[in-house]
Design a protein around this ligand. Structure first.
Ligand SMILES: Nc1nc2c(c(=O)[nH]1)N[C@H]1C(S)=C(S)[C@@H](COP(=O)(O)OP(=O)(O)OC[C@H]3O[C@@H](n4cnc5c(=O)[nH]c(N)nc54)[C@H](O)[C@@H]3O)O[C@H]1N2
Ligand SMILES: Nc1nc2c(c(=O)[nH]1)N[C@H]1C(S)=C(S)[C@@H](COP(=O)(O)OP(=O)(O)OC[C@H]3O[C@@H](n4cnc5c(=O)[nH]c(N)nc54)[C@H](O)[C@@H]3O)O[C@H]1N2
Ligand code: SF4
Ligand SMILES: [Mo]
Length: 765
């Protein structure tokens, strides 16, 4: 792709991975990054209000806050501090900047460099034939987009991508606009993230969300953390797990890597945490092979059925199974066929290890399973989650204290955006409510998800792309195909806070629409506004920015969407866009009438800490076709790379937010000054004839015989499980074939890329 690498890459240094997370170094690192971005005053202002009752919701992950009154003065983690100060940066990208660089030149800059230029300040346009972005007024920019939208042959030629940074109000308006315009094409980052969780949970439990609260986690007897790296990606989850441990619970971690945060945690806000040895997090660590989790849970389920055979009536929760579930008999028959030979090959674990976990399960009165991308981004991710649900249901680990499912969400409001209707396949009941409230006929045909959106652009079926709050080009798989697809559009536009690579991959006409961030004060005609978000445990609460906006030229996301909608659809009393823009409370009034669980939204969200959305599963209500929870039969599957190949996972370093690296380091994993590295088990290195720090190309192979190449990665010996390797996202997205997706959910298989490591050309010579 010819992206320029960061100069630090050739100073790569590797030290042993850390065996514990957070503590004093973390705080120092956060402050260092924050102060490199902005003034001490702005840093303190953001840090004092982050995650506080009257403050701003951390724009990082979706981990929930404790109840008001139980919050620490510093209710944030190292990475939260970095995320918010990356946004609060004092650096600015002004029109001069775009005069200085052509779009092509910007396209060769790294993700890191682009982000470091600072906050966007004014709307910019790249017109057909030009190779520069130039300033454009808001009116003209939005009219230009509206004209393009009106001229499309069909509304389905337009795509509206969002990422979970967007607040509820803007998300609701975006989906309203898309549907009033005539399309369900609402691809989002969730399609590449927890889509497998939604698919599995909707099918088995009737709702695609987690069922547990923070208190459940604190009080669980046993918590599984599967395919998740909380030390980096959900750091405050470690405080919760520390509580679980102090309350006598235990933790089983399942991962292809011995992640620092899973091993030991030192609480940064407690003297004991700073000085002591910290808390051991995982009582048992399962160093599983890539994609082995389905087999693991199948084995655990077999052991539970056999234990029940040996001591009838003592192991399974027969009441739950009889009263509240369907499909048990078929499931049990299928599960009894599980082969230990298969399980041991797929997991790389010993039978003793799995039996030890089984013993823990038998002793635990309440069990929670948490998971993230190490599960969802695999070909059989949906089957794995269904099997985890089987596992919990066998012992009735649902709808009681300390038990349940816990998909740990990524973006701070990714769950809320879905609740607001940002989904290409919202249920009919939602569309009906929307139609009733606003008096238009919503399209019924499902829209494109993220992968199908790329196919549609590639095939000339979609011509207009609006991206809100994300970096689609870098987040999506098969980077070269995605870039070519975007370039075929008539118009690409992005509502963004900061510069990223998506702005450099342009349709015939391209627009950058700069917007307020979470931390910015938002004043509209109706006075100062706040927005609302929903966390991973379904708490809905307000978020208020306090900083002076990055520039006078910014509009809020709500304002941009409302104005675009008005220009495209015209004024209509049924959808008062102007009123929505002036006062977000009026949007919340509409939400309260359309979205179940949001009755009296404005009143309830004004309470400190907000309110909890009901999860019917916790009342033993299952909105499945039978009204019961569903046991499923999942065929055994494992990843089978050909000889000489490894399964590569593309993951996050400690110093990045999704597609944006903040630094070239990955502190806990001991990797410094370089991101083009591939972590390989030393025994695999020996059998593949690879030397420490040797430079290789990563070549992914796909069924249709095509190959994809990412050049110049240094081999780092690392305790990955045998047969699996790891490298960073988004540098490796070029390797994920567009068609390599999870069954049912269509989620790209970012954790299951079959690769061979080829000595780089210079080394071969
Ligand atoms: N600092 C920071 N925080 C973030 C983000 C960020 O980029 N930076 N991103 C946010 C977002 S959007 C998301 S979705 C979450 C992601 O949170 P995570 O899911 O924790 O993110 P990844 O880095 O993708 O890590 C996946 C984990 O799964 C493990 N894994 C990989 N394959 C397998 C497997 O086959 N089996 C098992 N058992 N484990 C496996 C990896 O070793 C790794 O520990 O984080 C959110 N929080
Ligand atoms: N290979 C591989 N690919 C993956 C993954 C993986 O693990 N491996 N993970 C997937 C996952 S889990 C996810 S969630 C996606 C993430 O994909 P995205 O959510 O699309 O990507 P981000 O990097 O979070 O987007 C960063 C950009 O968001 C904009 N932004 C930040 N804050 C705001 C705001 O408040 N408002 C607006 N309007 N814009 C803002 C900034 O301009 C910034 O450049 O990537 C997916 N892709
Ligand atoms: S755990 Fe997540 S939400 Fe909480 S402060 Fe850290 S990044 Fe922000
Ligand atoms: Mo995500």
């Amino acid at each position: 792709m010819g992206v320029q690498e960061d100069p630090t890459d050739d100073r790569l240094a590797v030290t042993p991975p850390k065996t514990w997370a957070t503590g004093v170094p973390a705080v120092t690192h956060a402050l260092r990054y924050s102060l490199s971005q902005t003034s001490p005053r702005r840093t303190m202002l953001t840090l004092l209000t982050i995650n506080q009752v009257e403050g701003v919701d951390c724009p990082g992950c979706a981990w929930p806050e404790p109840e008001p009154g139980k919050r620490h003065m510093n209710e944030y983690c190292e990475n939260g501090a970095k995320h918010i100060n990356d946004e609060a940066t004092s650096r600015r990208v002004r029109p001069e900047f775009f005069r200085q660089y052509t779009v092509e030149e910007l396209g060769r800059k790294s993700d890191y460099w682009l982000n470091q230029q600072g906050r966007l300040t004014e709307p910019m346009v790249k017109r057909p034939g030009s190779d520069h972005y130039a300033p454009i007024g808001w009116e003209e920019a939005l009219s230009l987009m509206a004209r393009e939208l009106r001229e499309l042959d069909s509304p389905d030629e337009a795509l509206f991508y969002t990422s979970g940074r967007l607040g509820n109000e803007a998300a609701f308006l975006l989906q309203l606009f898309a549907r009033a315009y005539g399309t369900n094409n609402l691809p989002d980052c969730s399609n590449m993230c927890h889509e497998s969780s939604g698919a599995a949970l909707n099918e088995t439990l009737g709702i695609g969300k987690g069922t547990v609260s923070l208190d459940d986690l604190h009080n669980a007897d046993l918590v599984f953390v599967v395919g998740q790296n909380p030390g980096t990606n959900h750091p405050r989850m470690l405080s919760a797990l520390e509580k679980t441990k102090r309350n006598g619970g235990s933790v089983v971690a399942v991962n292809t890597l011995p992640e620092a945060g899973l091993m030991r945690f030192k609480h940064p806000q407690r003297p004991r945490g700073v000085l002591g040895r910290g808390t051991v997090i995982a009582d048992q660590f399962l160093h599983i092979r890539a994609g082995g989790d389905l087999a693991l849970f199948q084995a655990l389920n077999l052991l539970l059925l056999q234990a029940e055979d040996e001591n009838p009536g003592t192991v399974l929760d027969h009441d739950f199974i009889r009263e509240h579930s369907t499909g048990f008999e078929a499931f049990a028959e299928h599960a009894r066929k599980t082969s230990w030979d298969d399980v041991l090959v797929a997991t790389g674990l010993t039978r003793e290890e799995i039996e030890q976990v089984h013993e823990r399960v038998l002793k635990a009165r309440s069990v929670i399973v948490c998971w993230a991308m190490g599960v969802t981004q695999h070909k059989h991710g949906v089957a794995t989650i269904r099997e985890m649900v089987n596992f919990l249901m066998l012992r009735g680990n649902l709808a009681r204290s300390g038990a349940g499912v816990c998909p740990v969400r990524g973006h701070s409001n990714v769950q809320g955006d879905r609740t607001m209707g940002v989904w290409e396949r919202m249920p009919q009941s939602f569309l009906d409510a929307l139609e009733r409230e606003f008096g238009f006929t919503s399209p019924k045909k499902h829209g494109y998800d993220s992968v199908d959106a790329i196919r549609a652009m590639r095939d000339g079926k979609a011509k207009f792309f609006l991206g809100v709050a994300g970096n689609f080009v870098r987040a999506a798989p098969d980077s070269e195909v995605t870039e070519q697809a975007m370039r075929r559009c008539r118009l690409t536009a992005h509502i963004s806070t900061k510069l990223n690579r998506s702005h450099t991959v342009c349709g015939e006409t391209a627009l950058i629409l700069p917007t307020l961030g979470r931390s910015d004060r938002d004043v509209q005609a109706g006075g100062e506004q706040f927005v609302t978000v929903e966390d991973s445990m379904s708490m809905v609460h307000a978020s208020r920015g306090r900083l002076a906006p990055a520039s006078d030229g910014l509009l809020s996301e709500v304002a941009i969407i409302s104005r675009l909608a008005r220009r495209t659809l015209g004024d209509s009393p049924a959808i008062p866009w102007e009123e929505f823009e002036a006062d977000y409370g009026t949007v919340r009034d509409r939400i309260s009438r359309v979205v179940p669980g949001f009755e009296d939204f404005n009143e309830r969200v004004s309470r400190p800490g907000g309110f909890l959305l009901p999860n019917p599963v916790n009342d033993l209500t299952f909105r499945t076709s039978t009204g019961k929870a569903v046991f499923t039969c999942n065929d055994f599957e494992m990843l089978r790379p050909p000889a000489g190949h490894l399964v590569l996972q593309s993951l996050r370093s400690h110093d990045q937010w999704n597609t944006i690296p903040y630094a070239m380091d990955d502190r806990y994993r001991g990797i410094h000054n370089g991101r083009r590295v591939v972590m390989v088990n030393p025994e695999d290195m020996a059998s593949l004839g690879l030397a420490d720090l040797q430079t290789v190309d990563l070549v992914s192979v796909w069924h249709d015989g095509t190959e994809r190449r990412a050049e110049g990665f240094r081999v780092v010996p690392y305790p990955t499980s045998r047969g699996s390797a790891a490298a960073y996202y988004p540098e490796t997205n070029v390797l994920v074939p567009l068609d390599s997706v999870a069954d049912i959910s269509n989620c790209p298989t970012s954790k299951g890329i079959v690769v061979r490591l080829e000595p780089a050309a210079a080394d071969r010579a």
